[in-house]
Design a protein around this ligand. Structure first.
Ligand SMILES: Cc1cc2nc3c(=O)[nH]c(=O)nc-3n(C[C@H](O)[C@H](O)[C@H](O)COP(=O)(O)OP(=O)(O)OC[C@H]3O[C@@H](n4cnc5c(N)ncnc54)[C@H](O)[C@@H]3O)c2cc1C
Length: 298
């Protein structure tokens, strides 16, 4: 259902009781009470304003490729970034609105002879989600190339932030609490010939395909690596590959992935993930931290 709610001078479409499975790549999750799909900065601000005026908890949804929304749904207002698109390139800096897919940003960088993002090829999701979680692979993370971001703070002010020593850690960012990332700028290296970049991009994607990362829907790594150890290796050593619960399965090809069969629920995914956590703790005394974001009440 869509309702036009007039808020100050702006109008934003607010959908009610929206089914999250329509947005989730693993087709799991309950309903969100209110959701907006802004396509401009003004609409983002109006959405946040609406949540504040109505005392609603705010949820920000990128591609949901690293987020499990529980079956009870979200009691509040979600902002989906899927319509916040646009990429610009100026010299060695590429800037993208938060809803652009990371893959599109990488492709655009390569088209503009900019190197530095190749290792991240094949990571699904948006550039906003990638910044928030400091996504990375093959010894490269967003933090290595981050230049600046435009963010909207909970008091509705807009702030530009630049890279600093304490802004990122492993698979995490330390952005101001509850801030909305509107756009992200990355500083890359200008190269004369982009053919090697095209080749590297293809190779990184192929490596992921070869290990079956895209064969079944998943949210990628469930747990962070307890550095210097590997979460996947610990799970594997517990003999948990193939363990399943109501259609959620510990992947045979990568023990730190949980794949989902059709009609699996988010709560089944979480039950299995908690079981894995318990087993690893029992065997090694190590508590694995979630890499996935869990939204909603269990
Ligand atoms: C097959 C597969 C492989 C993967 N491989 C990797 C990998 O190699 N490395 C890696 O790091 N990850 C990997 N992932 C996980 C995931 O793709 C990344 O973490 C991705 O960056 C998440 O982006 P998203 O847009 O889907 O974020 P979401 O899951 O939608 O959101 C993640 C978090 O960011 C917040 N957020 C999203 N957008 C904004 C915004 N605009 N402003 C403020 N907060 C925001 C959300 O509220 C949430 O807390 C993989 C996932 C899959 C399915």
């Amino acid at each position: 259902m869509v309702s036009n709610v007039s808020i100050l001078e702006e109008k934003i479409n607010i959908h009610t009781n929206y089914d999250i499975t329509l947005l989730s790549p693993i087709k799991c999750g309950g309903k969100v009470k209110y959701i907006t799909f802004p396509s401009t900065l003004d609409e983002v601000i109006e959405s946040i304003k609406f949540s504040k005026q109505n005392d609603l908890k705010l949820f920000i949804l990128g591609g949901l490729t690293n987020t499990l929304v529980l079956d009870s749904g979200l009691d509040g207002l979600a902002i989906s970034t899927k319509n916040l698109k646009g990429i610009t390139v100026k010299d060695d800096v590429i800037s993208a609105k938060c809803g652009e897919s990371l893959s599109h940003v990488i492709q655009s960088a390569i088209n503009n002879n900019l190197s530095g993002l190749e290792q991240l090829s094949g990571i699904p999701g948006t550039i906003g989600g990638a910044l928030k979680g400091n996504a990375g692979s093959y010894n490269k993370a967003i933090s290595d190339i981050f230049y600046s971001a435009e963010i909207v703070l909970p008091d509705l002010s807009i702030k530009k932030i630049y890279n600093s020593d304490d802004l990122f850690s492993y698979r995490a960012s330390n952005l101001p609490k509850d801030s909305f990332i509107y756009s992200v700028s990355l500083r890359l290296n200008k190269v004369d010939d982009n053919k090697p970049l095209i080749k590297q991009r293809e190779e990184y994607i192929l490596k992921r395909k070869e290990v079956g990362q895209y064969d079944k829907p998943s949210l990628g790594c469930v747990f962070k690596n307890p550095t210097p150890l590997s979460a996947g290796l610990l799970i594997d050593k517990c003999g948990l590959k193939g363990l399943s619960y109501n259609g959620a399965v510990v992947s045979e090809s990568h023990a730190n992935f949980i794949t989902v069969e059709k009609n699996t629920t988010a709560n089944s995914y979480l039950t299995l993930a908690n079981k894995v956590r318990e087993e690893v703790f029992k065997r090694f005394g190590i508590t694995l931290d979630y890499e996935i974001n869990i939204m909603g009440q269990n």
